[in-house]
Write a protein of this length. Structure first.
Ligand SMILES: [Zn+2]
Length: 225
C-alpha cells in the first residue's frame, strides 16, 4: 500500500481551489507489459496520474496548469459527454478527457498515451469492451502522430511494438500481424525482434491478454552455435 498525501491546486481553468489525495512517488520493480505498463508499485498509482477538477471538470496531470485552448475544449459537448460516460470507469473517463484536450490542441502523441492509460484503467476493472475502445483510439492517435512526424517513444521500433500490442489487445489480430511483419523487415534491435516474435505466438493463439517484456525474452529463439 502506498502512503498518501494531499496536493492542493488552484484549477487553471475555473479558479476553484482543489485538493487531491495522491500516493507518494513510486517506482516499479519488475518487467513492464508489452504496452509499457509498469510493474508494481507504480502500476497501482494510475488513478493519481491524472486529476479532475470537481468544479469545472478540467482533467489533467496537473490541474494547476492548463495549455492554451484547454478551457475551450472543456466546454465542448464531446468533452462533457466523456466526463461522465457511463460505459467507462471514472478514471478512464478522466484520462480520455485529457486525451481529448491533447487531441484538440494538436498533440496526438500525448493524446495516444492518455488513451492507452485509459485502457489500463479499464483493464483494472475488467471492462473489456471499453478497454478495446480506448486501445483502438490510442492506435488511431499513434498513427496520426506518425503522420505529423511525432513518435510516442524515443527508441527505434518502440512505437511499432506499442502499436502491435494495441492492435492485438483490441482484437485486431490481422492488422497486428501486418505490423509485426513490417517491423521485422526493418531489421530492428534484438529486443524488438524478441517482442515481435513473441507477438506472433500470441496473435496465432488468439491471445488478447496482457503479457510482459520478460516473457518475450524468455521465449527468445535459441541462437544457433
Ligand atoms: Zn476547474
Amino acid at each position: 500500500m502506498n502512503h498518501l498525501h494531499h496536493l492542493n491546486a488552484t484549477c487553471a481553468v475555473c479558479g476553484e481551489a482543489c485538493r487531491f489525495t495522491i500516493p507518494d512517488a513510486a517506482s516499479s520493480v519488475g518487467s513492464r507489459d508489452l504496452d509499457t505498463r509498469p510493474a508494481e508499485p507504480l502500476r497501482s498509482t494510475i488513478y493519481a496520474w491524472v486529476k479532475r477538477c470537481p468544479s469545472c471538470g478540467y482533467c489533467a496531470p496537473d490541474p494547476g496548469n492548463a495549455p492554451e485552448g484547454a478551457a475551450d475544449v472543456v466546454k465542448l459537448p464531446r468533452y462533457r459527454w466523456q466526463l461522465d460516460a457511463r460505459r467507462f470507469p471514472g478514471v478512464a473517463n478522466t484520462f480520455l478527457c485529457w486525451s481529448i484536450i491533447q487531441e484538440d490542441l494538436g498533440t496526438p502523441a500525448r493524446a495516444a498515451w492518455a488513451s492507452l492509460h485509459a485502457a489500463w484503467a479499464c483493464d483494472d476493472r475488467e471492462e473489456d469492451v471499453p478497454a478495446r475502445i480506448c486501445r483502438k483510439r490510442a492506435a488511431d492517435l499513434l498513427r496520426r502522430a506518425w503522420e505529423k512526424g511525432e513518435r510516442l517513444a524515443p527508441g527505434a521500433g518502440m512505437d511499432e511494438a506499442i502499436l502491435t500490442d494495441l492492435l492485438r489487445r483490441a482484437g485486431r489480430l490481422r492488422k497486428a500481424r501486418i505490423m509485426v511483419n513490417e517491423t521485422l523487415e526493418q531489421n530492428p534491435d534484438p529486443i524488438i525482434i524478441d517482442i515481435m516474435r513473441f507477438q506472433i505466438r500470441l496473435i496465432d493463439a488468439g491471445d488478447r491478454k496482457a503479457h510482459t517484456v520478460a516473457e518475450a525474452q524468455r521465449f527468445r529463439q535459441p541462437v544457433p552455435l
